[in-house]
Design a protein around this ligand. Structure first.
Ligand SMILES: Nc1ncnc2c1ncn2[C@@H]1O[C@H](COP(=O)(O)OP(=O)(O)OP(=O)(O)O)[C@@H](O)[C@H]1O
Ligand SMILES: [Mg+2]
Length: 253
């Protein structure tokens, strides 16, 4: 089961990803958690050791590994064998393996073809070869996904708040994901305080596109002031997230 999570900045992607990973682990699954958001914070939210996290190198910055795997010269392999990279360079905690992707490099006169083809190969291997549940915590850009790797995504969860901008971004992501050929794209309405807010989201999408709603919770918000949250536990679960989890299992299998 391969699940990507996207949506506007700050809507709750990382919180929801951590909740769902907790539930998958609780139900006996091994999980590969991939932080594919340039502003990486999934590791801390999952309660990984901050020191180990600080020394975890984002894949895109692994110069030596990239050179070794994809060649140094002008010709680089488009399909470097990355299986061992995934296993050797991830942080493990119980049934969770964790990787930081780092941002897709773009721009200027520099060519980052090698880095990008390496990242693509890592995603390919994760999405197409691995048996574990894979979660990708992404930004709204979903730029790590290509027509090729998106074939491996069973479900794209698009998180939105009940705000005009949240919904607008969610619609853009929904379209991007569909254009990439991802078959199932579902909306999660998060931080809901009142019925009108849920209605606002319902009116913006078709009923079949919405997989669930999660309430705004003061306790969750307050916890985010802590510098290094303790390991994610039962008490961190969002109310109602089990129902969303059940729906996801139904959709993504
Ligand atoms: N249901 C909720 N109730 C209250 N607070 C929430 C809820 N969901 C998320 N939050 C809070 O909102 C903030 C943003 O959440 P989070 O970091 O998960 O969003 P994000 O979409 O991953 O953000 P970014 O785009 O920066 O990666 C955090 O402080 C988090 O604790
Ligand atoms: Mg995040």
């Amino acid at each position: 089961m391969k699940i990507a999570v996207s949506g506007k900045g700050g809507v709750g992607k990382t919180t929801i990803t951590a909740n769902l990973i907790y539930l998958f682990v609780k139900n006996g699954y091994d999980v590969f958690a991939v932080d594919a958001d340039p502003d990486a914070s999934l590791g801390l939210t999952l309660g990984m050791d901050p020191e180990k996290l600080a020394s975890l190198v984002p894949l895109v910055e692994m110069k030596e590994v990239i050179e070794e795997k994809s060649g140094k010269g002008a010709f680089y392999s488009l399909n470097p064998d990355v299986e061992d990279v995934i296993d050797n360079y991830s942080l493990q905690k119980g049934k969770i393996k964790f990787l930081i992707m780092g941002g897709i490099k773009q721009g200027g006169s520099a060519c980052y073809c090698r880095e990008n083809s390496f990242l693509n190969a890592v995603l390919n291997s994760l999405l197409l070869d691995k048996k574990e549940v894979v979660f990708l915590d992404m930004s709204a850009g979903i730029e790590h996904l290509t027509r090729g790797t998106s074939q491996g995504v069973d479900l794209m969860l698009v998180v939105t708040e009940p705000t005009r901008n949240g919904v607008k971004t969610a619609k853009v992501v929904q379209k991007l994901a569909r254009d990439l050929g991802i078959g199932k794209v579902k909306i999660i309405g998060n931080k809901i305080r009142r019925e009108e807010e849920e209605d606002f989201i319902r009116q913006s999408f078709s009923e079949a596109d919405i997989i669930g709603f999660l309430p705004y919770q003061d306790g969750i918000w307050e916890k985010s002031m802590e510098e290094n949250p303790a390991a994610f536990g039962e008490g961190d679960l969002l109310t109602g997230v089990e129902e969303v989890y059940q729906e996801i299992v139904k959709e993504a299998i």
